[in-house]
Design a protein around this ligand. Structure first.
Ligand code: FE2
Ligand code: FE2
Length: 286
């Protein structure tokens, strides 16, 4: 099946418009020897990306009192990890914001979901004392990126097959019609982009806890965060309205992977997530 996934990402430049600078930023930020001066130089080559980053750095999400006016400012005042998070986020918006008709996702919906998973995964990772939290954040942000690639093929396949709209799990439909799924295609894409395994493997396994690799902390965290975000409802129209389905959580708890320090701190983790997400929602006028 992996060959089929590779096939779908071969001409990806035509389908998923990710500006070259944003792509470079994504892989540079994850290199072990990430050079911050080089990273900021790269970011400044793209005015849209720079503007996005400044917008985000000055938002309530990061809560800075003094205005941040340059990429260097972000680095000096907020530190390397914040720069990574902000540049990775800004680089991903363009890619994830478009509507995905085959998945019944309107404009911005995939982005909002992805951003929520990234924020929650980051908080869970910090509590679990995970080593590479920015890789986990990126994996959260890009976990469903395969949907961007498979949107067209899935539309075409379901039109020509005259689907009868039976309720079938999404991954089953993808595999039946396309012989691959969005997790696999997402992983193939991230590998092609040169992102490290700490990012691509959790993306590839975010619907599958049965593989040997699924024991990795990053994989468990992305799986958990994705499931939990599906249990929360947020109404962007009325800030403060946030609903976490505790009963649904209790009934599925047994099937969720065990992540260190999650259960004991769940209430605090969810609360922090809700706070951060509400602030973040405003940033990219979601
Ligand atoms: Fe998914
Ligand atoms: Fe998801």
């Amino acid at each position: 099946m992996m060959d089929v996934a590779a096939e779908y990402v071969r001409d990806v430049e035509k389908i998923a418009p990710c500006p070259e600078v944003a792509l470079d930023v994504l892989s540079m930020a994850h290199a072990a020897d990430c050079s911050i001066p080089k990273l900021s130089e790269k970011i400044e080559q793209d005015p849209g990306l720079t503007a996005n980053m400044l917008h985000m750095a000055n938002s309530a999400y990061f809560g800075h009192m003094k205005k941040i006016t340059s990429v260097k400012d972000i680095i000096v005042r907020m530190g390397v990890d914040a720069v990574k998070i902000i540049s990775i986020t800004s680089a991903s918006v363009g890619l994830l914001r478009s509507p995905q008709a085959a998945y019944a996702l309107g404009r911005g919906e995939l982005w909002r979901h992805s951003f929520a998973v990234a924020i929650l995964a980051n908080i869970i990772a910090r509590n679990a004392k995970a080593r590479d939290t920015s890789a986990i954040y990126t994996a959260g942000l890009l976990h469903d990126v395969g949907k961007v690639i498979l949107d067209r093929p899935l539309q075409v396949a379901s039109y020509s097959r005259d689907e009868n709209g039976e309720q079938e799990p999404l991954l089953t439909v993808e595999r039946r019609l396309l012989h691959t799924d969005h997790a696999e295609v997402g992983m193939a894409l991230l590998e092609k982009w040169g992102l490290p395994e700490a990012v691509s493997v959790p993306v590839g396994l975010h619907h599958d806890m049965t593989q040997a690799q699924s024991k990795r902390l990053g994989v468990k965290i992305i799986y958990l965060a994705d499931q939990l975000v599906h249990l929360t409802e947020y109404d962007a129209g009325s800030p403060g309205e946030f609903f976490f389905d505790v009963l649904a959580y209790e009934s599925m708890k047994e099937e969720l992977p065990e992540v260190p320090h999650f259960e004991n701190n769940m209430r605090l983790i969810i609360e922090e997530f809700v706070d951060k997400y509400q602030d973040a929602v405003a940033v990219f006028s979601l």
